[in-house]
Design a protein around this ligand. Structure first.
Ligand SMILES: Cc1ncc(COP(=O)(O)O)c(C=O)c1O
Length: 362
């Protein structure tokens, strides 16, 4: 079983593309500024994304991969000198603070230690003490395979009147995301949607739009503001803030069709089942996942190894044609990550990948 003649891509994003998605990439292009057909296509795509999120909030798709959504949400919501509470128990959680500071905000980083749990009471005190305009957090910390339980934290922040920004880049479309409680919820095309890299997706609550409008924007490309007034209630061509990545949009719609046809509950169960299979195969090979099992993500497993992760991944690739990822930063040498998201959330693919990993480790 391979994605091409030589190899199987099992990284935690980008993921392999299903045939329907590859086919959609080749659809003839329309010109969004000129031809009326694009508007209906784009509206349909946004409706499908809203369905995946289970939200009535607006959905925006930006032409740029996941990081653009992270930066754009902060850049759009935070004025110079305003405080943002950044909740961190992994790399991406910490990284939000950089965007806050780049755009003139003051980041209060609440770092609980890698993989540790956030305490809503502590967050309530921090909100009280610092009076932040927004709080950022990560649903799935991909580098350590951790799924954060964010419901209690979101409720606390909502009660405190703090806007919430959630990076659900590697969980959206693979496990339920509590979008109804989130002001700006971020996704990306290349993770559980199994579309090519290139698109950031965002839901934006009315409260968040109001804050965007009240905030002087210090960027055009990384701002949500120009997207607020795009009127899609027309059969005519619409002028978007910039030319959209039409082929990527077609591919994303094909991905969403796959997901919605299977049914969200079935998709989530498949991810749980395959993640359990991956951990079981890891246990057989003497490997433990980095976070405790009850907090392991259904979309990616980070196995701890004794070192040499780069060499292990290279040998898995060269000897077996399976592409895995190492850990990042402090875990670059002692973590190997198996992505089982979207098209990769498949028992057969995980078995093939874990056979190869076990063989190399032996
Ligand atoms: C949690 C998380 N946020 C954001 C991103 C987006 O980063 P990029 O698309 O540059 O890889 C990723 C990608 O790995 C991610 O795992």
């Amino acid at each position: 079983m391979t994605d091409t003649d030589e190899r199987l891509l099992m990284t935690p994003g980008p993921t392999a593309l299903p045939p329907e998605v590859r086919e959609a990439l080749g659809r003839p292009l329309v010109n969004p500024d000129v031809e009326p057909g694009f508007t209906a296509d784009y509206r349909r795509l946004l409706d499908k994304l809203a369905e995946v999120h289970g939200t009535d909030d607006d959905v925006v798709v930006l032409g740029g991969e996941g990081i653009l959504g992270l930066e754009a949400s902060v850049a759009s919501l935070v004025a110079s000198g305003e405080t943002v509470l950044c909740l961190a128990n992994g790399l991406y959680g910490e990284g939000f603070a950089d965007f806050v500071e780049t755009h003139g905000g003051e980041a209060v980083v609440h770092s609980v230690g890698e993989g540790e749990v956030f305490d809503p009471d502590e967050i309530a005190s921090l909100a009280d003490e610092h009076d932040p305009v927004a709080a950022t957090m990560v649903h799935c910390e991909t580098p350590i395979g951790l799924l954060n339980d964010i419901e209690g934290v979101l409720e606390t922040l909502q009660d405190a009147g703090v806007l919430t920004v959630v990076d659900a880049v590697s969980s959206l479309g693979g496990t339920p995301v509590p979008t109804q409680r989130i002001d700006v919820c971020l996704g990306a095309s290349q993770k559980c949607f199994s579309s090519p890299p290139g698109l950031s997706t965002l839901t934006v609550s009315e409260r968040a739009w109001e804050k965007v409008e009240a905030t002087p924007q210090d960027s055009f490309y990384a701002s949500l503001e120009p997207w607020r007034d795009v009127d899609l209630d027309t059969d005519q061509a619409v002028l978007l803030p910039y030319t959209h990545l039409t082929s990527n949009l077609y591919a994303l719609e094909a991905s969403l069709d796959r997901l919605l046809e299977e049914g969200l509950e079935a998709v989530y169960e498949r991810h749980e089942d395959v993640a359990e299979r991956c951990r079981e195969r890891g246990r057989e090979a003497g490997l433990d996942p980095l976070p405790p099992v009850d907090r392991s993500s259904p979309t990616v497993t980070a196995f701890e190894i004794d070192g040499g992760a780069e060499r292990v991944c290279r040998e898995v690739r060269e000897r077996h044609g399976i592409v895995l990822s190492t850990g990042l930063a402090d875990h670059a040498d002692d973590v190997v990550r198996v992505g089982h998201m979207g098209y990769g959330a498949d028992r057969e693919r995980v078995d093939v990948a874990m056979d190869a990993l076990a063989d190399v480790l032996n």
